[in-house]
Ligand binder design. Structure first.
Ligand code: NAD
Ligand code: ZN
Length: 353
């Protein structure tokens, strides 16, 4: 399955499914890169590096940099180490980086590729469900001690190689985290897709149609990015559920909640505001029953105070003049960006505790 991602001045393919590694081999055989550097993390490297190595053309003799797993990959110090490794390994302007891992490895590798010698090629090889989202769209970044993703640029990959068998080793919590973004894509763009998901996806550990859902999700993301690469307008709709989601993540301390768990709670919050503020017709109870069956713990933790979370929401990158902005739905598939009344926020908040 292939998706074409188009942005001003560039077009690149995303291959999804069991044949994706063959496509990678074809791309690398065709292009004459001077050197290949694989960037991965310790967890993914142990599990899947060999499979990737086996699928590369014989003529490539790649070097491998392994970062610490998870968010620890996105620090200044790892960024520097990765660059030093690249320089010592003799990479030049015609080299290519292969990013084998989740969103963290993808963001680190993309940022290294964007800045090494003012920019070299890279290819995303996502290994998490969440990375169906992060691998598309060209945003790459590392974290600053004062905040997540504060140091970054736009740098699109040459291709996205989504070999779905890599997903088989994901722990359920990571599956749940990534799947929340698929649900988000359905909510903001495609009522029929949402219906299909709610009917078919009832057990996250066995989803025969997962590659299809991931492709659908990536198509939603690609369509949005195509229209608004630099987030001047509609790209912000991808932040549905993220205003409260980011606040919950930050307030709990990063790493306590997964991103998708926090976003799922944020989406229920935004749906509930949308019903009251915009008259959205949506069977929220049925939706909640469904995601509970999938194992989401979506309730706002009792110890999280409204005032504290409101402060986080006001500091969100999307906030305007200290007023938290929300992506709300007029209908499923019809998002708008709006301010919400503080009284209404409070009311919806306490209902979700
Ligand atoms: P991640 O890369 O940290 O992966 C989560 C964990 O799963 C890690 O410990 C990793 O080692 C492990 N893992 C990865 N693949 C595995 C596999 N196949 N089997 C077993 N374990 C595996 O996180 P993520 O959830 O993929 O992505 C989150 C990151 O993505 C955040 O840093 C976030 O800021 C970023 N992000 C970026 C964008 C973007 O547009 N650039 C969008 C969304 C998220
Ligand atoms: Zn997200």
């Amino acid at each position: 399955q292939i998706i074409d991602i188009k942005v001003p001045g560039k077009k690149y393919p995303a291959f999804v499914g069991e044949n994706a590694l063959q496509e990678l081999r074809a791309i690398l055989s065709e292009r004459t890169y001077s050197k290949i550097m694989i960037v991965t993390d310790e967890t993914v490297g142990k599990l899947h590096l060999q499979t990737l190595l086996n699928s590369l053309p014989e003529s490539t003799s790649p070097v491998v940099y392994s970062a610490p797993s998870g968010e620890k990959a996105k620090t200044f110090s790892v960024y520097e180490k990765c660059l030093s490794f690249a320089i010592e390994a003799g990479l030049d302007r015609k080299a290519c980086i292969l990013a084998l891992g989740g969103g963290a490895v993808g963001d680190l590798s993309g940022f290294v590729a964007a800045t090494f010698m003012r920019g070299i090629h890279y290819i995303q090889i996502p290994t998490t469900i969440l990375a169906h989202d992060s691998a598309v769209g060209g945003k790459v970044a590392i974290n600053h001690p004062l905040g997540k993703n504060l140091v970054g640029v736009f740098h699109h990959p040459e291709a996205v190689i989504y070999y779905t068998p890599f997903l088989s080793t994901l722990p359920p919590r990571q599956i749940r985290s990534g799947f929340a973004e698929v649900v988000k894509e359905a909510l903001i763009a495609d009522p029929l897709f949402l219906k299909q998901l709610m009917k078919e996806a009832v057990d996250l550990t066995s989803m025969p149609n997962l590659p299809f859902y991931l492709k659908k999700g990536m198509e939603v993301k690609a369509a949005v990015v195509q229209e608004d690469e630099k987030e001047m307008g509609i790209r912000a709709f991808l932040n549905f559920g993220h205003t409260l989601g980011h606040a919950l993540e930050a307030n709990a301390g990063y790493g306590v909640l997964t991103h998708g768990e926090a976003v799922m709670t944020g989406m229920i919050f935004a749906l509930s505001i949308s019903r009251k503020q915009l008259g959205l017709q949506f069977p929220l109870d049925e939706f909640i029953q469904w995601i509970e069956k999938l194992g989401y713990e979506w309730r706002i933790p009792k110890e999280a105070g409204f005032e504290e979370l409101l402060q986080w929401m006001k500091r969100d990158k999307k906030a305007i003049a200290q007023k938290p902005m929300f992506v709300l739905l007029k209908e499923i598939g019809k998002p708008v960006m709006e301010e919400a009344d503080e009284k209404l926020l409070r009311e919806c908040f306490y209902q979700l505790m």
